[in-house]
Ligand binder design. Structure first.
Ligand SMILES: [Zn+2]
Length: 115
């Protein structure tokens, strides 16, 4: 058996019962799934960015290294992300509601011309 391809942000196993998706008082999940450190070490196809802007409210949210590196390794990994102002999760991707700070690039997409 090889290492699991995904873990939680702290490197612990993803709970089979989905309990990591339980929402905390602030609206964030109890835990977030990321690509494993081994998987992320294979290389990034996008820059590692830590801050995104929710275009609906104009507020930026910061995320930790494991999440940022997961986006950099596999931009399409997530279907949605958290806004610290709105206190909820909203879509990412080409038709999503987030751009990387100081860019027009949608979170969850790849820059044109790169692959
Ligand atoms: Zn927001």
């Amino acid at each position: 058996m090889g290492a699991e391809r995904t873990t939680l942000t702290d490197g612990s196993p993803v709970p089979a019962d989905g309990s990591h998706r339980t929402l905390r008082a602030d609206g964030q999940q109890a835990g977030y799934v990321v690509l494993s450190a081994e998987e992320r070490a294979k290389g990034f196809v996008e820059p590692v960015r830590h801050t995104y802007l929710h275009t609906k409210c104009g507020t930026t949210t910061n995320m930790g290294r494991a999440l940022a590196e997961t986006y950099a390794r596999q931009p399409e990994f997530y279907s949605g992300t958290f806004c610290c102002h709105c206190g909820g999760h909203f879509p990412v991707g080409e038709f999503g509601e987030f751009v990387w700070e100081d860019t027009n690039q949608k979170v969850g997409t790849r820059a044109p011309g790169l692959s």
